[in-house]
Ligand binder design. Structure first.
Ligand code: BES
Ligand code: MN
Ligand code: ZN
Length: 498
């Protein structure tokens, strides 16, 4: 997508569509006021007639308005004056893009400015513009046969700025937003693909393809024999029941010499049936999304590589399928993890932690400055936080705070949850060093504590994205979260934010 900034007025820009907004009680945003006066009151007339609504998420498109150079004016509802935050801004913009999505619009100019959106700056406004554009254009039609209605041929997106001085910051925001949108799209694609296509090998091939297309990015893929040699018996116990071979995907991006990397570890269970501790039937298809941790760390890597950030980032993805069979791991089996600690597997459905613990141990070789794992780890996390916040657990308060802060700036929010010996004690086993489950109570936290037994001495944070990685119901699909949060964290860490 091509982005540009302009100080020209909404009424005066020759472009396929301009986007302006109206608030409750007939208050017009700056762009709408300009259109209204240049057109002799077209906007107010349509408010009166009820065509234009101030309700957030509604949009009415005026065409060929006298006195306006653009053939389309998309008028979106912005709700209450002063209440438009970045999330609502993205929704308003999406409403406009939806409204013109069947048209032949090739260029748009967004005339919602800092005057309209509260508590932000020109960098973030442009970044969220680009993100909204990317998300609105996203389609997943790969698996549908027959002709699909093509998406609108949008090529140019303009961002109205109040003064010339804002242009550079806006352009940087748009560039970052565009890269984040690519990362989100890739993560969504991987998540949405069916589990018979998106296998561990498919994830590995995707990572290898990214490395071919980007400078400074290398991918190495380990097979089961290599993992066995490393002693990853915990990871391998999860893949025992399936014919689909497991993979350990290791990506390394080098943007700076002589600096310890940030390591991102993503849970890559391409289908989680529960194994011998079989899950109930309803909605089991959604367990194809159990690789969204992997998808989002790979998506974040794409954003980093596209922006050529001056930072070192490694991605480690343990990728497996969790199925029952005559060869599958049984409740009661005890395995030795790569760390040497033994694990009694009381429930084969608590498999995420079994692959992550070996991936975390493997990651020690990189001497990470910080290590963050991302996983659709527990149903208990969904009970605790619903679908609105990613759970953030950490053994380091500074790290936890910067991750949570990144989520706020990126409008992809997390919420801190505790770790502690009280919960860790629930993992006691009579037969091994630990059990892989700690009972129902505090299930998201005991899962975090399990991983904490493998991160001693590292600055580590754990993101449980079980509630945020995908949507169910009519809008079923991957969300791409937390690509924005993770990318923001890395942008802040390497000083790339204005
Ligand atoms: N992938 C699931 C977690 C999950 C379930 C995420 C539903 C989103 C929606 C994970 O592997 C799992 O099955 N966890 C178990 C753990 C339990 C056996 C301790 C769970 O949450 O039920
Ligand atoms: Mn499971
Ligand atoms: Zn799982």
């Amino acid at each position: 997508m091509d982005y540009f900034t302009t100080t020209s007025k909404a009424s005066n820009k020759a472009i396929d569509c301009v986007i302006v907004g109206v608030y409750d009680r007939g208050k017009l945003g700056a762009g709408a006021a300009d259109i209204d006066s240049a057109s002799g009151g077209a906007i107010r007339r349509h408010i009166k007639s009820g065509d234009i609504s101030s309700e957030l998420g509604r949009c009415f498109v005026l065409t060929d308005v006298a006195g306006i150079r653009s053939p389309r004016v998309a008028v979106v509802g912005l709700g209450k004056v002063g209440a438009l935050d970045l999330g609502k801004f993205r929704r308003a913009l999406s409403a406009a893009l939806d409204a013109i999505s069947r048209s032949k619009t090739r260029g748009i100019l967004n005339c919602l400015t800092l005057e309209d959106v509260s508590g932000t700056d020109s960098y973030y406004l442009a970044r969220h513009t680009a993100q909204a554009v990317g998300e609105s254009l996203y389609r997943f039609t790969e698996m549908k046969s027959g002709r699909q209605t093509p998406p609108m041929p949008l090529k140019k997106v303009g961002i109205a700025v109040a003064k010339r001085g804002d242009a550079a910051k806006s352009m940087r925001g748009a560039e970052h937003g565009d890269a984040i949108a690519s990362g989100i799209s890739l993560a969504k694609d991987l998540g949405n693909l069916p589990p018979n296509v998106c296998t561990p090998s498919y994830l590995a091939r995707t990572a290898q393809k990214l490395a071919r297309n980007h400078m400074n990015l290398h991918t190495r893929v380990l097979n089961e024999t290599e993992m066995k040699r490393l002693g990853m018996h915990s990871l391998l116990s999860v893949t025992a029941g399936t014919k689909e071979p497991a993979r350990l995907i290791v990506m390394q991006y080098k943007g700076k010499t002589g600096q310890k990397p940030v390591v991102l570890v993503g849970k890559g269970v391409t289908f989680d049936s529960g194994g011998i501790s079989l899950k109930p039937g309803p909605a089991m298809d959604e367990m194809k999304f159990d690789m969204c941790g992997a998808a989002t760390v790979i998506g974040t890597m794409l954003a980093v590589a596209k922006l050529r950030l001056p930072i070192n980032v490694n991605v480690v993805v343990p990728a497996v399928e969790n199925l029952p069979s005559g060869k599958a791991t049984k409740p009661g089996d005890i395995v030795r993890s790569m760390s040497g600690q033994t694990i009694e597997i009381l429930n084969t459905d608590a498999e995420g932690r079994l692959i992550l613990c070996d991936a975390l141990t493997y990651s020690r070789r990189f001497k990470p400055d910080a290590i963050i794992d991302v996983a659709t780890l527990t149903g208990a996390c969904v009970v605790a936080l619903g679908h609105h916040r990613t759970a953030v657990m950490s053994n380091n308060d500074d790290l936890s705070q910067s991750v949570v802060a990144a989520g706020i700036s990126a409008d992809d929010r997390g919420w801190p949850m505790p770790l502690g010996d009280e919960w860790a004690l629930q993992l006691k086993s009579n037969f091994a060093d630990m059990a892989n489950v700690g009972g129902r109570d505090g299930g998201a936290i005991t899962a975090g504590c399990f991983l904490g037994k493998f991160t001693d001495g590292m600055n580590w944070a754990h993101l449980d994205i079980a509630g945020t990685a995908w949507k169910s119901g009519k809008q079923k699909g991957a969300t791409g979260r937390p690509v924005p949060m993770l990318t923001e964290f890395l942008l802040a860490r390497c000083g790339a934010l204005p």
